[in-house]
Design a protein. Structure first.
Length: 652
């Protein structure tokens, strides 16, 4: 979360506002877990700017110090109260106050000991997040007034998301996720990025993105549904249930989207149910535990709720019918186990009779819904065909007809579709429910093998390289002299071999393509049979002009060979920051390139970095700092020592 601080600067009327910021405001924000920024980062003498409005709208919290008369602070506070109905907190020195605060609650502090008020201010911050109360006098006096709607996500941002998705550039999506967090339109932007990350199976990236979205809007329906799905795929069913229940709670009783939320809750309950019995060795034991588990009834009820909320969503109804059929079959064949679930046999018999009626009604409803869906379908829908085949499996006494239905459904289907259907059919077979029909379907679907998942590569971990380019001929202060190429190559090779260990195929190298360190790294990886990915800040022709041509024709040829041999990604078509980012960018274009390469590596998996670095500020230093800040091991090849004639060693 982000706080925007409105305050005077320097010393005014014997109050040291830098000390107040350092000893009171920042520690309170840190205690609550919020980052903070001030208008000094945006303004010089100007009172108002587009950037200021952007920050006021996007901030989760505004803190204004009204200890002394300051026109800029007063004006900005007025803007905050006009633009925001909530979470504008006031503070003031108890010996100085610019004007009467009337009924406005504020945090008083001692200018000679501002640290004494840290806990009071932190608690006021926490209270503002717990409450939905209006603290703006403007909105209090005009109760019908609505805060301005957040502008739509800029087209340029959406275009970048689309480009990143088209290139399967998961690092670019992670970069966009982090950049969007500083804007007032971040909620919609983060949901779009998170949905794209989920679609491309970057579950860790999607989780981080969507958790950030929910920190801005904890009750947001779509963010909760998406995050619940991410948790579900990561087998974190507790958090998944929590997210789906938040989604249900945020919906009106007649909302059609409740169907999706209930279906997701049902899927989690079904996963718990499968865990309850699939680990048992014998079939009878599995059948008993499957019927005994309360998650069977929970999953059935949730799927039933989903179908009732939207009768067009036939998968919810079909899933409820499948679980209801299992429950009914097991209850009939294991009467003692069924009876132990209730107070007495009378209640058990009544519940079984009610279940029989409900399953019969459900079968009729699903049959009708599937027929209606078939009438509406334009062209062939393999998922609809599979649903009708599963309905045949549940209702028919003719295994041959069931097999025919699945054969017809799979006539032009992709193998992975049949593989998805098999997982459900095997449940029926394992539990001995409609077993003959299940075996007939399996005989049809068994030959279909799932296609391998499309991935950037087979790698599961990354080796991120960053390092100096070789010196141009006219460089005054040598950093990577041409005479040091062989020493640099050998130093890089030693570290790459060490990091690869016995799993070179599981490793992906990531680096730019500048002359010197980058190209040497790609060449070393190729010689060791390690795949590497080339990250180009701009298209290859422009990149060669910026980062290669100064080193001479030989390096230009090697650059082109690296590009020809390896997969490459391109961040941008120009060296300008995107228009949507300029008002709130934490870096220039080359800093963005550095952040992108970092995110590209970490999107692959666990990452280790190699830095050929002289220890001085610059792009290499920025990436080293970014990696270390996030707990990534960095093997530093000391360029000053290596090229200065000493024995180089890699340090972490």
């Amino acid at each position: 979360m982000f706080a925007f601080i409105l305050r005077p600067f320097g010393v005014k009327q014997d109050i040291d506002f830098e000390r107040v910021d350092r000893e009171l405001i920042r520690p309170a924000l840190y205690t609550v877990g919020i980052n903070g920024g001030t208008a000094a980062e945006l303004l010089s003498e100007a009172v108002l700017s587009e950037d200021l409005v952007e920050r006021l709208l996007s901030a989760d919290l505004v803190v204004a110090d009204l200890s002394v008369e300051n026109a800029s602070v007063f004006y900005q506070l007025g803007l905050s109260h006009a633009l925001r109905s909530q979470r504008t907190l006031l503070i003031a020195s108890n010996a100085h106050r610019a004007f009467e605060l009337f009924a406005q609650r504020y945090c008083a502090y001692d200018a000679n000991n501002p640290a004494a008020a840290v806990q009071l201010l932190a608690e006021m911050m926490r209270a503002s997040f717990r409450s939905n109360a209006t603290d703006s006098p403007v909105y209090a006096l005009l109760p019908g007034l609505q805060p301005p709607k957040a502008p739509e996500v800029p087209e340029g941002f959406d275009a970048e998301v689309a480009r990143a998705e088209s290139a399967r550039d998961l690092g670019h999506l992670r970069l966009l996720s982090h950049e969007a967090r500083g804007f007032h339109w971040r909620l919609e932007a983060l949901k779009r990025v998170g949905r794209t990350q989920l679609r491309h199976r970057d579950l860790d990236g999607a989780r981080d993105t969507l958790e950030q979205a929910l920190s801005a809007a904890p009750a947001d329906l779509r963010a909760n549904l998406l995050l619940g799905t991410v948790y579900q795929r990561q087998k974190d069913l507790r958090r998944s249930d929590e997210a789906f229940r938040r989604a249900v709670a945020s919906l009106d009783a007649d909302s059609p989207e409740r169907a999706e939320a209930f279906a997701m809750l049902a899927r989690n309950a079904k996963s718990h149910w499968l865990e309850a019995w699939q680990s048992h060795p014998g079939r009878e034991e599995r059948r008993v535990e499957a019927l005994r588990s309360p998650q069977l009834k929970a999953a059935y009820d949730h799927y039933l709720q989903s179908f009732r909320h939207d009768l067009n969503q036939y998968w919810g109804g079909l899933s409820a019918l499948g679980l209801g059929t299992i429950m009914l079959s097991l209850a009939s064949e294991l009467p003692d186990t069924w009876a132990e679930l209730f107070e007495d046999e009378t209640e058990a018999d009544l519940r079984l009779a009610a279940l029989e009626r409900d399953v019969a009604s459900l079968a009729a409803g699903v049959n009708f819904t599937l027929a209606a869906a078939a009438d509406r379908a334009r062209g062939r829908d393999i998922w609809l065909e599979l649903a009708r085949a599963e309905l045949e499996l549940l209702l028919s006494d003719r295994p041959g007809r069931v097999a025919g239905r699945y054969r017809q459904a799979m006539a032009t289907g992709e193998p992975f579709v049949g593989d998805a259907a098999l997982s459900q059919i095997r449940i029926y077979e394992d539990l001995g429910v409609r077993a003959d029909n299940a075996r007939a379907a399996i005989e049809v679907l068994q030959p279909a093998q799932a296609q391998p998942e499309t991935r950037m590569s087979a790698a599961t971990r990354a080796l991120l390289f960053v390092g100096h380019a070789i010196d141009d001929a006219d460089r005054v202060s040598p950093r990577f002299p041409r005479s040091g190429e062989s020493m640099a190559r050998e130093a890089i090779r030693r570290v790459v071999e060490k990091e690869a260990g016995n799993d070179a195929k599981g490793l992906l190298g990531v680096a730019g393509a500048s002359s010197g360190g980058d190209i040497l790294f790609h060449e070393v990886c190729a010689s060791l049979g390690i795949e590497s990915l080339v990250c180009l800040a701009v298209p290859a022709s422009d990149y060669e002009r910026f980062g290669v041509i100064g080193a001479g024709a030989e390096w230009g040829a090697r650059f082109r060979e690296v590009i020809a041999r390896h997969r490459s990604l391109v961040l941008s078509q120009s060296t300008e920051l995107p228009r949507w980012l300029r008002s709130n960018a934490p870096y220039n274009f080359w800093g963005r390139d550095t952040a992108w390469r970092y995110h590209t590596a970490t999107a692959i998996g666990p990452t280790t970095a190699i830095a050929l670095w002289d220890g001085k500020p610059g792009a290499t230093a920025d990436l080293v700092g970014m990696a270390r800040e996030r707990g990534i091991t960095v093997n530093v090849l000391d360029a000053a020592q290596l090229f200065g004639g000493g024995e180089e060693t890699a340090t972490s």
